[in-house]
Design a protein around this ligand. Structure first.
Ligand code: IPM
Ligand code: MG
Length: 367
């Protein structure tokens, strides 16, 4: 299997290194061969080539069976990358990659590990109850990809971003959501702003049409502002959350934080083939880059998703997920997970130690 790696910027290289370590261990233990090659994207590509993603890099990603990514971008107030015109900034590389590979379905599972319930910032009773949801975020449409411009009108600047959705774009992501709901608890909550936006009204209509083909799955609609509130009030009500690009971006950060740390949430970006791009849902955390303190678990769990969704290696994916759980149960925590009050029993662990520990548990978790 050919895996293209994008280490990227900030903590990206550190967390991808640990995910690769775990994948290499999987290869040894299960007798697979993974061939890795690296491409540049984001700020490091700007520094090397003047653009956040070259055509050669896109071609290399297309050649692979899957892409494993760390994170891209820098401090938006201080990094010189953000003085460039918007289409040359780090994030433009990621958006271009998502679009060129047609990765329209972004799966972001947010699961509260029972052993991390003290790190959950919500009420104790909410943590005790736990939650296990999957955000299905539309990734190649909406505000992110609509026309945008800034013009002068009546002596002042006016900025315009366009939010557009085609029926076909809504239908294909809704189908993904219902398909995955069938393998879970058979519930879809579709999130929109249908009390204000036309795009949301069309979203609702199309989602309802798709739901007719899935009589075994329940569908509910929820307004996005209410959803933001429900996520902190009663997260266990959610199974599959289906939503458009921008709402999904915002809600998935919220969902990741309630799992204890934004450093826990993996993601898979898929098209209609087995190809996928796997990346943590968090960003490049430039403030802690190079210190070996970042949490590599979201990236390691993204590698597990890669095994499951692109390579059909369910047992191997299970082994990684189990290994993560065992290491957490043993009390190892990167600094983001060192919740107050329980500091004595927990062992503060560096990024590379966390990778070693998880890789070290793979043999025990072989199934
Ligand atoms: C994410 C990130 C990206 C997004 C940024 C880096 C463009 O926040 O993957 O959630 O907004 O999609
Ligand atoms: Mg985001």
């Amino acid at each position: 299997m050919k895996i293209t790696c994008i280490a990227g910027d900030g903590i990206g290289p550190e967390i991808v290194r640990e995910a690769r370590k775990v994948l290499e261990k999987i290869a040894t233990v299960y007798g697979h061969e993974f061939e890795f090659n690296d491409i540049l994207m984001g700020g490091c590509s700007i520094d090397a080539y003047g653009v956040p993603l070259t055509d050669e890099a896109i071609a290399a990603a297309k050649e692979a069976d899957a892409v494993l990514m760390g994170s891209i971008g820098g401090n938006t107030s201080t990094s010189p990358w953000y003085k460039l015109e918007p289409s040359l900034r780090p994030e433009a590389g990621l958006l271009k990659l998502r679009k060129s590979l047609n990765l329209f379905a972004n799966l972001r599972p947010a699961y509260l590990y029972p052993v991390l319930k003290d790190a959950c910032p919500l009420k104790e009773s909410t943590g005790d109850k736990g939650f296990d949801m999957l955000i299905m975020r539309e990734l190649t449409g909406g505000l992110y990809f609509g026309d945008r411009k800034t013009v002068e009108r009546d002596g002042e600047l006016v900025a315009i971003d366009t939010l557009e959705y085609k029926e076909s774009e809504i239908r294909r992501i809704a189908i993904k959501a219902f398909d995955v709901a069938r393998k879970r608890r058979k519930s879809v909550i579709s999130v929109d702003k249908a009390n204000v936006l036309d795009s949301s009204r069309l979203w609702r209509k199309v989602v309802e049409g798709v739901a007719k083909d899935y009589p075994d799955v329940t569908l509910e609609h929820m307004l996005v502002d209410n959803c933001a509130m429900q996520l902190v009030k009663n997260p266990s009500q959610f199974d599959v959350v289906l939503t458009e690009n921008m709402f999904g971006d915002i809600l998935s950060d919220e969902a990741s934080m309630i799992t204890g740390s934004i450093g826990m949430l993996p993601s898979a970006s898929l098209n209609d083939t087995s190809f996928g791009l796997y990346e943590p849902s968090h960003g490049s955390a430039p403030d802690i880059a190079g210190q070996n303190i970042a949490n590599p678990i979201a990236t390691i769990l993204s590698a597990a998703m890669m095994l499951r969704y692109s390579f059909n290696l369910d047992k191997e994916a299970d082994a990684i997920e189990k290994a993560v759980e065992l290491v957490l149960e043993d009390g190892y925590r990167t600094v983001d997970l060192m919740s107050s009050g329980h500091g004595d029993e927990l062992k503060n662990t560096s990024c590379s130690e966390m990778g070693d520990l998880i890789a070290g548990r793979i043999t025990d978790c072989k199934n």
